[in-house]
Design a protein around this ligand. Structure first.
Ligand code: SF4
Ligand code: SF4
Length: 619
């Protein structure tokens, strides 16, 4: 993946992708390939499956340079000739497409005729993939390659009228990176299509899986951006409905950053696309309101009894759906007002901690602040139990993640500026910044550096992590207290997408929960929950969200599971949808195991199964 992730004009290009030779002929084939590469003065990366004799050869090329297409075509011709010599084939697993069909017909004419006959039996009038499959591609058909197809070689092959009409200037980038870096990032997508996988072993891409059209794939976003930057698409199209539809098929889960071998930052590219559209268009009132969910929760908290009655009443939910756009079928968490901040002030943690030793600034998210004060209290309790000083700075504001997801980068920037001042001050005083909401960490570490040009940002980003990562680090350093009481329960653990950015391995939360005696954890991955922040709240996304999260919701319904556990508040809402079983933050389970949460039963989970049950006692 190091080579896949090369950010340079010259990079590995996938197209000699599906060579298969008889395994005993592999050494001979490799020597022959090396000879061809030497003769043609080409460099390539090679990987494969030796047991099956399958090889992926990716020559280094710069698709923007004139002559590269011809150079690669000659290289393919020579390599494929060697494949035929050793008794192999050029399309063993992935089939023949635009980049292989013409060669196949030239190298294996008799076999190509057989393919033609077979295809004609099933497709007599040539409706299926008419320009791609072997039958349609003549021996002299044009050699096609993904990076060339999407217009990256626009500069190499200017259209006849390009001299009179230079490509229009695009308003990009909107983010802090230079235009060249944005271009390099978009070009880093090599078109391999791994992000269109429907395998259960990966999560990328939840939106594409639900609706497998090319526009919904992560690579479509890179392709649109690359085409705009190279002049292949008029930049005016950035404000069009078509581009918005492509950008809107991303709900910011960041799973493509985990699964794309080239590590293309698709969410950042989507931020650019959405921001460009947002800057040129007005926004619907319901989208505007949902992107300010923090303000709505704060206002509703001021009129708690009325707001909580309204979200439980079918008639008022109908009105809410028509005005604010919140799906009436969606279960919503009750509003609790400023309960946590009042508790924190009474406890004296809204002032910098006087404790010596490790200290944490707890960065609150919307859910913990306005809907689940017990979660915030439980986290403070767990930290203090382990001798960590806690500071909840009352000046902090919402992270701005819903604004980023909507493309309102000016609004997100205003919040980011306020927060960064506070966070940077704390980091200078030696605090770690810790959040109980994983997407808040993504917002601070990934989005803020793209929104603001501020020297403090790298230090703040390096000091920020989520609650479970922080506690797991403590454990690895031998500093986490392990005097847990048994919690004899069976939980379904769901790893939220934002906790598995960069690695699909077991999350710190899963490791920590497994330390609790008596607790049985079901941790099989059921994919994305489909909520993605406010996405699953919106009327128009409600059913899509449920379809994406069906695996998880069904797993919650399974017999024997008492409750769900996950760090993400939106995932918890989805896990509770369609079942009466509750879902809790793992921090609450840890607090329970420390004996910090009193409930009806001294051992079971019933004391923390709802946000308002139980009361926190800390020493
Ligand atoms: S974005 Fe998709 S197509 Fe592009 S390199 Fe990554 S996995 Fe391959
Ligand atoms: S961030 Fe998520 S939804 Fe967006 S393209 Fe990547 S995997 Fe798909």
């Amino acid at each position: 993946s190091t080579l896949h992730g090369v950010r340079a004009a010259m990079r590995p290009v996938p197209f000699l992708e599906d060579i298969v030779v008889p395994p005993p002929a592999l050494p001979d084939a490799l020597r022959r390939f090396q000879e061809v590469l030497k003769q043609q003065q080409a460099t390539a990366m090679l990987f494969g499956h030796a047991g099956q004799g399958q090889l992926h050869l990716r020559p280094h090329a710069d698709p923007r340079q004139p002559g590269e297409r011809q150079r690669l075509e000659a290289l393919a011709e020579a390599i494929y000739a060697e494949v035929a010599q050793v008794g192999g084939t050029i399309g063993g697993e992935q089939g023949l497409g635009l980049s292989r069909s013409p060669f196949f017909r030239r190298l294996f004419p008799e076999l190509a005729d057989v393919f033609d006959h077979i295809k004609t039996v099933f497709d007599p009038v040539g409706l299926l993939n008419p320009v791609r499959l072997a039958a349609a591609a003549g021996a002299s058909a044009a050699f096609e390659l993904a990076p060339f197809r999407r217009g990256l070689d626009h500069q190499a092959r200017p259209p006849a009228d390009a001299v009179e009409s230079p490509p229009p200037v695009s308003p990009l980038p909107v983010l802090t990176w230079a235009r060249e870096r944005l271009a390099v990032e978009s070009d880093a997508c090599n078109g391999c299509g791994s992000c269109r996988s429907l395998e259960v072993a990966t999560r990328t891409c939840p939106r594409y899986r639900e609706n497998p059209r090319e526009e919904a794939s992560p690579r479509a976003k890179a392709n649109v951006m690359a085409a705009v930057l190279s002049g292949g698409i008029d930049p005016k199209a950035l404000s069009s409905e078509e581009v918005r539809l492509v950008a809107d098929t991303c709900f910011n889960c960041h799973q493509c950053r985990t699964d794309c071998a080239a590590g293309v930052d698709i969410p950042a590219i989507v931020m650019e696309l959405k921001a460009a559209h947002h800057a040129a268009n007005s926004i619907e009132i319901d989208r505007w309101l949902l992107s300010r969910v923090d303000t709505l929760s704060a206002l509703a908290g001021r009129i708690k009894p009325l707001a909580n009655w309204a979200i439980a009443n079918p008639q008022s939910r109908w009105i809410l759906e028509k005005t604010v756009g919140v799906a009436r079928g969606r279960k919503l968490p009750p509003f609790t007002g400023r309960r946590f901040m009042k508790w924190a002030a009474r406890r004296g943690i809204t002032r910098p901690s006087r404790r010596s030793g490790p200290r944490v600034l707890y960065f609150l998210d919307t859910y913990a602040r306005w809907h689940d004060p017990l979660l915030a209290q439980a986290f403070v309790g767990v930290l203090e139990r382990n001798g960590i000083g806690v500071f909840v700075d009352p000046r902090q504001v919402a992270s701005g993640m819903p604004l980023v997801a909507e493309g309102d980068l000016d609004g997100a920037r205003r919040l980011a500026r306020k927060n960064i001042r506070i966070l940077a001050e704390a980091v200078r005083l030696g605090y770690r910044i810790v959040c109980t909401e994983p997407s808040t960490v993504t917002c601070i570490t990934h989005d803020y550096p793209l929104l603001l040009d501020d020297d403090e940002l790298p230090r703040v980003a390096a000091a920020t992590c989520d609650a479970m990562t922080f506690l797991w680090e403590l454990h690895r350093e031998g500093r986490l207290r392990l005097d847990f009481r048994p919690v004899p329960s069976r939980l379904l653990y769901h790893a939220p997408c934002h906790s598995r950015i960069g690695s699909a391995a077991a999350t710190p939360a899963e490791h920590l929960l497994r330390l609790i005696p008596g607790l049985t954890l079901e941790g099989v991955d059921r994919g994305c929950s489909g909520m993605a922040g406010t996405f699953g709240l919106a009327r128009e996304n409600y059913r899509t969200s449920l379809r994406i999260g069906l695996g998880l919701v069904s797993a919650m319904r399974a017999g024997g599971i008492e409750a769900g556990a996950t760090e993400c508040s939106a995932c918890r809402i989805q896990m509770e949808q369609g079942t009466t079983k509750p879902a809790v933050h793992p921090v609450k389970v840890l607090a329970k195991a420390y004996g910090l949460l009193e409930g009806r039963s001294p051992h079971g989970l019933d004391g923390l199964l709802t946000a308002t049950s139980g009361s926190l006692t800390t020493t």
